[in-house]
Design a protein around this ligand. Sequence first.
Ligand SMILES: Nc1ncnc2c1ncn2[C@@H]1O[C@H](COP(=O)(O)OP(=O)(O)OP(=O)(O)O)[C@@H](O)[C@H]1O
Length: 256
Amino acid sequence: MENVTFAFSPGEPPVFDGLSFRVEPGEFVSLLGPSGIGKTTLFRLICGLLKPQAGRLTVGGGAGGAEASTASGRLGRVGYMPQRDALLPWRNVLQNAVLALEVRGVPKREAESRAKELLESFGLAGAERKYPHELSGGMRQRVSFLRTVLGGYDLLLLDEPFSALDAMTRTQLQEWLLGVWERHRTTVLFITHDMEEALLLSDRVLIAAGRPVARLAELPVSLPRPRSSETTLSPEFAALKREARRLLQEGGALHG
Ligand SMILES: Nc1ncnc2c1ncn2[C@@H]1O[C@H](COP(=O)(O)OP(=O)(O)OP(=O)(O)O)[C@@H](O)[C@H]1O
């Protein structure tokens, strides 16, 4: 993203003012910021659902791929997993999981066989014929994530995927996501306002503060992988939390 400026309407103060940042292929980057700072707006810009008044957004261009800088070019390369799972209630787990492949014209049999290969590692073995209303919140989010992963996108945008879950399910899913991501190493941009979640999952945390957002403070997370919820108990983790708090405070996002 290069020098992106965006306001919802011409008379309003911008949400972003000349904002630039980059996510490398295979990186897990979190965007941390207080409510209302513009995290979801940023995702909508990346997907091409909103257009910036100035600047450039590009996806791809890494090894072997041409870059997509137009909104329609980006749309096919970016998988977006929203806060709420958006599963279709009349489709079972398998049918929901293959949706992105189906839209792309992948034959049903092939799409379903690709989904079935991943059901077990997504903790959904035996649930493929169940309907969304028969699933727990955590399972629904796993189906939604499976659908996003199966789309085969260059970049996954995960918008607070665990925010609607209770604390225990959330911890379980964070550990599970760490495991899945460490196997697949897909490029992820993850939105959260939970500092611990950002630090636990990411290679780098970008911190948004101030209005308009003109720059993102950057916090590299050099904790070794594989990580687990135990990682959050280490002194290194505590030091990173202090640093993240300091950066949020500096930007005026925290008081005191
Ligand atoms: N369609 C819209 N028209 C005008 N203003 C909007 C619109 N959507 C969002 N905003 C405003 O833009 C700002 C950023 O909103 P956004 O939803 O991106 O924040 P966020 O950081 O994702 O918040 P949260 O963490 O609460 O989801 C907010 O001040 C919001 O009120």
